[in-house]
Write a protein that binds this ligand. Structure first.
Ligand code: ZN
Length: 276
């Protein structure tokens, strides 16, 4: 539930961190989102350029036409190879950097594709420098729909995750789902955990610190990523669906409290009216 006290304390903490940042001379990183070919969710993806962050800027560019994909075998699917994506994204990044030499070069490039990628993974790092990634909406769309997650939010959370990986220069990930930005969610079923309340778990925090990532940056990521978490309405609805027995107990408990308050109020009313 939305907690006004927590929201105020988050706001104050954010303001303090930003002030410290200004003084430390931190240079904003540059993140380039590349829309790869046809995009069914073009509007959602294009909105990523509107992300307001003190840590990085986001540019959204596109590659209109894709080369022919690799053979999808007997499934007749269109499947792109990771090597093909890496080459396309590398070329695009170099082109962007050459085209605007006055702008800082792209630190992180993320390709968003609406086709299958070999290995049936919905997102992966493609280079050794933790600077080029892809996200497959084709692979993740069903999981997102089933869990009532917005595509824009899913992509935004991936931006924050890859921003931290790039700073750490390490592929931070774990198999266990801990509602952490670095949950692997290999089969997708646990995506909702980190989407409901995206944060960095204790072990990943330690890992990032070991890689010399300033703890203030980790804290800022946790605060800045909050607007992209799952909408409260859907979180509560899905919680009820997943925990039917617990929800019935809560409902009975809530009803009992309401009846108790009602009885107490009428009892007070009786006392007041009998005294007057
Ligand atoms: Zn973690």
């Amino acid at each position: 539930m939305w907690n006004p006290i927590k929201a105020i304390s988050n706001y104050k903490e954010k303001k303090k961190l930003y002030k410290e940042y200004k003084e430390s001379g931190y240079n904003k990183r540059r993140i380039c989102i590349v829309k790869l070919g046809r995009q069914r969710f073009d509007k959602e993806v294009s909105k990523l350029s509107k992300i307001k962050s003190k840590l990085f800027s986001v540019d959204v560019v596109e590659i209109d036409h894709l080369e022919d994909a690799v053979d999808g075998g007997s499934t007749f699917r269109t499947v792109y190879s990771k090597e093909m994506l890496l080459n396309m994204l590398k070329d695009k990044r170099d082109f962007i950097n050459r085209e605007n030499p006055l702008l800082p070069p792209c630190d992180v490039t993320i390709g968003i594709i609406d086709y299958s990628v070999e290995g049936d993974s919905y997102g992966f790092c493609l280079d050794e420098n933790e600077s080029i990634y892809y996200l497959s909406l084709h692979q993740s769309q069903k999981i997102l729909e089933d869990n009532h997650l917005r595509i824009r939010n899913f992509c935004a959370i991936a931006i924050f995750r890859n921003f931290l990986r790039n700073l750490a220069q390490k592929r931070i990930v774990h198999d266990e789902s801990r509602a952490c930005l670095f949950d692997k969610c290999a089969d997708g079923k646990d995506i909702f955990l980190s989407a409901e309340n995206p944060s960095v778990c204790k072990l990943c925090r330690e890992d990032l610190k070991k890689q010399k990532v300033d703890p203030k940056i980790i804290k800022m990521v946790e605060l800045e990523v909050q607007p992209f978490r799952k909408e409260r309405y859907h979180s509560i609805r899905d919680f009820i669906k997943r925990n039917k027995v617990l929800s019935i107990i809560f409902a009975i408990f809530g009803l009992a409290i309401s009846i108790g308050i009602g009885l107490f109020t009428s009892f007070l009313y009786d006392i007041i009216t009998s005294c007057s």
